[in-house]
Design a protein around this ligand. Structure first.
Ligand code: GLC
Length: 437
């Protein structure tokens, strides 16, 4: 077997052993993340689509089976009991919301909305187009309903940009971006028992004080029964995140394309196009920072941009948001700030910042899912050298260190440069896609 075939076989082994045959979903990683996570499932389904369509479908179905009556899709589905994770279902108490899933315990927050573009990826990957189109037909309206929920309940100014109210909704949990918001809060010191640090070295995970902020935001949302309007009014964390909104915009485009293939959905297509036009225009007006030459997060509570560059800053390339000139600016910023020869692409946070930490979760390490989005985005704009570098770096890191959750971007670190959980599902799933595309 070639190295490539070997890697693919190893990736399949990781995915297959993280798949729960009985319940039909894949855990991100044993011990550390023992339930179903929303955007993980999307990336995982893309990996399965290359060799086991049935598992890809079951993954998506398991996630959608926990969709709330208002269209909301939660960030964690607690399909099973496990005491290796905190905070679990009894802390989140999603049933406080009147329209929460009756069949599943979940969290009351969401994650970047990847499902729309994942359905389109499945359509492109799976060979039996009739079969996969039937699956898409059976599920696409649920994803549309989810988008409708964002534009109706997560956009108080009706400007086409959805807010997130918790750092865990961003997917980039402890990014230094949020430090600016933590500075505006003073939560109590909660008494709780961390479980993540029994699986992973504490130097690679968020601090206890950071967990106080995370829990406090959930307590506020719970006090208001996870009501979006109340959260918009009262949560100290209210952010328009470029990664989250780029995922939504990319998914809008995918839904339009899929409905056009399916036919008979003129009203939905027209609504999606309206959301899309408004969203892209506002995104470019509000989330670009000329001085930094990159997209940034917007703090809606305190009405200002958060002026830091992270890998999320480049994700709009994946959703065709910047025009050519702006795409060139982004690429220059990526090359000069993140792309020196002694680094793997793409660090999750600005390596020149004093908040950069090459080992700590979203404060610096390279993540394979962000690399996959950047690879696709750069390629679609014709930046082939850079897109290939992102792809090759991703493969090299996995080949050298294993299917880790995140990796050190410094090339001088040549041993044990894979951090967080091992046998991590989306690293395996997206490696398969990298090697097959
Ligand atoms: C971490 C990541 C998040 C991911 C989850 C499960 O919380 O920050 O993006 O979804 O792990 O893998």
């Amino acid at each position: 077997m070639t190295t490539k075939d070997n890697l693919i076989e190893n990736a399949k082994t990781v995915l297959n052993s993280n798949f729960d045959e009985d319940k039909g979903f894949t855990i991100p990683c044993e011990g550390l993340y023992p339930f179903q996570w929303n955007w993980d499932s999307g990336f995982i389904a893309i990996g399965f689509a290359h060799y086991d369509t049935d598992k890809a479908k079951r993954e998506i179905e398991a996630l959608l089976s926990a969709q709330w009556e208002n269209g909301f899709i939660p960030h964690i589905i607690f399909h099973n009991d496990s005491d290796t994770y905190f905070p679990g279902p009894d802390f989140h108490l999603s049933k406080l919301h009147p329209l929460a899933s009756k069949s599943h315990r979940t969290t009351g927050m969401t994650q970047p909305p990847v499902l729309g573009f994942v359905l389109k990826e499945l359509y492109e990957i799976v060979e039996d187009k009739t079969d996969i189109l039937n699956f898409i037909k059976a599920n696409i309206d649920k994803v549309y309903h989810n988008h409708e929920h964002f534009y109706t309940h997560r956009d108080p100014n009706q400007e086409g940009l959805a807010f997130i109210y918790h750092n865990w909704e961003s997917g980039t949990d402890n990014s230094p971006i949020w430090d600016d918001i933590w500075d505006t809060m003073n939560p109590p010191n909660y008494k709780f028992e961390r479980r993540d640090t029994t699986h992973v070295d504490a130097s690679q995970r968020p601090t206890n004080r950071e967990y106080d902020y995370y829990l406090h935001l959930i307590e506020i949302a719970k006090e208001h029964h996870y009501d979006d309007a109340k959260i918009a009014e009262l949560s100290p964390f209210l952010v328009q995140d470029p990664l989250f909104n780029a995922m939504l915009i990319k998914s809008n485009a995918a839904l339009i394309a899929l409905y056009e293939i399916i036919g008979d959905a003129a009203d939905k297509i027209s609504q999606l196009k309206q959301w899309q036009t408004k969203a892209i225009a506002r995104f470019n007006e509000k989330l670009f920072n000329e001085k930094l030459g990159a997209y940034v997060h917007y703090d809606l509570r305190n009405e200002k941009q958060i002026e830091h560059i992270s890998s999320s800053s480049f994700s709009p390339l994946f959703a065709d948001i910047p025009d050519e000139a702006r795409a060139n600016t982004l690429v220059e910023t990526m090359k000069t700030k993140f792309g020196s020869e002694n680094r793997y692409l793409c660090a999750s946070f600005d390596p020149d910042s004093d908040r950069f930490n090459p080992k700590k979760y979203w404060r610096g390490p390279v993540w394979i899912n962000l690399n996959w989005l950047l690879y696709k985005g750069l390629k679609s704009y014709g930046f082939y050298d850079l897109s290939n570098r992102v792809k090759d770096d991703s493969i090299t890191l996995i080949e050298k260190y294993g299917f880790y959750e995140y990796f050190d971007s410094r090339k001088e670190v040549t041993e044990n440069a894979g951090y967080g959980g091992n046998n991590f599902s989306w690293s395996a799933a997206l490696l398969i896609d990298f090697l097959k595309s």
